[in-house]
Design a protein around this ligand. Structure first.
Ligand SMILES: Cc1cc2nc3c(=O)[nH]c(=O)nc-3n(C[C@H](O)[C@H](O)[C@H](O)COP(=O)(O)OP(=O)(O)OC[C@H]3O[C@@H](n4cnc5c(N)ncnc54)[C@H](O)[C@@H]3O)c2cc1C
Length: 415
């Protein structure tokens, strides 16, 4: 779509939040456009065919809290099949490298940590104090590095950088489903009807005048109102500039950095040797380790997941480093025969992605309140959405979508 010179509402970013906003503005009588820097919709939702017959989500893959997830209904409307197979995260196929008894011990330590954290958050909420989640690890517990590894998958960051109050605010119904054709593919289909201007990078939002002036790589346009949905790291770094500047927003965004999670997919020869939707953990006593989903949907592949500073170090080692590490860890568990059975197909590099610069947000200790600050409108003209603004479903795709709908609702309420 070419750039109009004027619109009632400009939505910045065509990820889940921007698309949620655009849908909510449909039939409102307001003209709207979604300005998107990439050549595609979906943002951190991106499905590729890694090889014939192998669907791979480089970004979000799970419909978390599926019983409360607005994308479930959308998938039904768009004829996207939902797979309700339970996630294998607490299992270990073949009991290899991580025997059942050890696993039970680990799960006990993990659950005890979550209980301590919940109890502490209840107390801290009364005083408004906040602490790093790592404070509630039991000193000397041998499972602490692995509990921290889980934090790198869930928060994209180690527990010493995660606010306990924020961690406690996250809502998880523990029902996790998947989209057979890919979560990113579902998002792209959801965006198909939206008024999108692709390859349009916004550089400046000038709200000093009567109309908001937006400078983009495709020219300038004016809008009555703007919904900003870009990831926090881009607001923190002022990669999109506001004039006049919005220091409170930049501060809030700095308190909500994107952690890092990266995924890799490996083609698997002789797939029948491994269980469908199985699971493997690399090492058992380190934070720097991958988690492996065997044959997702029964496909002939293994998906690896890496998080936190380990994912960062792997990204910095260059293309192919994730795949090489994944193969080493799988071979250590399943035997050297697997080296010839595995072939790298694709891997993500979200920290190096200029329009994401990370994977999903967590609040730094002391910054749990930043989500509400980031979400609040400015002058009744600038509105904010995106996963980081969700009070309870932050870091997720459905939280992002719902936040876009919320921001559009704020605009419609002022009509
Ligand atoms: C590896 C990984 C695994 C994940 N797993 C899950 C999961 O299983 N389940 C789940 O629910 N969530 C998961 N997530 C998180 C989920 O993908 C995100 O929370 C969600 O997609 C964020 O949506 P958003 O609209 O807030 O942001 P984004 O999707 O980042 O959308 C923002 C958009 O703004 C655009 N943009 C940026 N700068 C500009 C600019 N200057 N001008 C114009 N446009 C710009 C971007 O290109 C992007 O399209 C995962 C994420 C990653 C990376």
């Amino acid at each position: 779509m070419s750039l109009p010179s004027e619109v009632d509402v400009a939505v910045i970013g065509a990820g889940a939040a921007g698309l949620g906003a655009a849908h909510a503005l449909e039939n409102s009588g307001l003209s709207a456009i979604v300005l998107e820097a990439r050549g595609r919709a979906g943002g951190r939702g991106h499905t590729i065919m890694a090889a014939p017959g192998i669907t791979f989500d480089l970004g979000c893959g799970w419909l978390h809290s599926a019983d409360k997830n607005s994308f479930v209904q959308i998938a039904g409307q768009l004829n996207f099949e939902i797979d309700k197979t339970r996630p294998p995260w607490r299992e270990q196929s073949f009991d290899t490298g991580f025997p059942r008894q050890e696993r039970a011990d680990f799960i006990r330590a993990l659950d005890a940590f979550y209980e301590r954290a919940e109890e502490a958050a209840r107390e801290l909420k009364k005083s408004g104090d906040d602490r790093a989640a790592s404070t509630y690890l039991e000193p000397g517990n041998r499972w602490n590095p692995m509990i921290d590894a889980l934090s790198t998958y869930i928060n994209g960051s180690e527990l010493d950088t995660v606010s306990i109050l924020d961690m406690d605010a996250y809502e998880d119904s523990e029902i996790n489903w998947r989209v057979r054709r890919g979560y990113g593919a579902l998002m792209a289909a959801y965006g198909a009807r939206c008024p999108l201007a692709l390859n349009t990078q916004v550089t400046l939002i000038d709200h000093s005048g009567k109309r908001v002036r937006i400078e983009t790589s495709q020219g300038t346009l004016f809008a009555g109102k703007v919904i900003v949905t870009v990831p926090t790291n881009l607001i923190a770094d002022e990669s999109i500039r506001f004039h006049p500047a919005l220091p409170a927003k930049a501060d809030a965004a700095r308190g909500l950095p994107l952690g890092l999670a990266d995924k890799v997919v490996l083609a698997l020869d002789e797939p029948e040797a491994l269980p469908k939707d199985g699971n493997l953990r690399g090492a058992t006593m380190r934070t720097a380790m991958g988690s492996f989903h065997l044959r997702p949907f029964g496909q002939a592949c293994i998906e690896g997941y890496f998080g936190g500073s380990f994912a960062d170090a792997l990204e910095n080692s260059g293309d192919g480093a994730l795949a090489a590490e994944a193969i080493d860890e799988i071979v250590a568990l399943l035997g050297s025969d697997f080296r010839r059975k595995l072939r790298p197909l694709a891997e993500s590099r979200w920290a190096h992605d200029p329009f994401a610069r990370g994977s999903y947000s967590h609040a730094l200790p002391g910054h749990a309140g930043a989500r509400a600050v980031l979400a609040s409108p400015v002058d009744g003209r600038l509105f904010f959405a995106g996963e980081a603004t969700s009070p309870n479903f932050f870091s997720t795709a459905h939280g992002a979508r719902d936040s876009g709908e919320r921001a559009a609702g704020e605009i419609l309420a002022t009509k």
